[in-house]
Design a protein around this ligand. Structure first.
Ligand code: SF4
Ligand code: SF4
Length: 70
C-alpha cells in the first residue's frame, strides 16, 4: 500500500509572538527551534507532522499550521 506524506507549513506571526519558548518546547519532532533571544524559527518545515500542538498551546495565537499540497 502506498502512503502519501503530508506536508505542512508552520506560519509564525512575529507581531503576536512574545518569545515564550512554549512552541519549541512542545514540538515533538523539534521542527521549531529557538534562536537568539528566544525567537522561534522553523529551519526545516519538512519535519512538521501537523500535530497542531504548537498552534493549540501558543498563548498568543501566533502560530498557524497549514497543510500544503505537493
Ligand atoms: S508559543 Fe507562541 S508566543 Fe510562545 S514563542 Fe511560540 S509562537 Fe511565540
Ligand atoms: S504542528 Fe506539531 S510537529 Fe508541526 S511544528 Fe507544531 S508541534 Fe511541531
Amino acid at each position: 500500500m502506498q502512503t502519501t506524506k503530508k506536508h505542512f507549513k508552520v506560519i509564525i506571526n512575529y507581531n503576536y509572538c512574545k518569545k515564550c519558548g512554549i512552541c519549541s518546547w512542545i514540538c515533538p519532532v523539534d521542527a521549531i527551534i529557538e534562536q537568539e533571544f528566544g525567537k522561534p524559527v522553523v529551519p526545516d518545515s519538512e519535519k512538521c507532522t501537523g500535530c497542531l500542538q504548537c498552534e493549540r498551546m501558543c498563548p498568543d495565537f501566533a502560530i498557524s499550521i497549514k497543510q500544503i499540497d505537493q
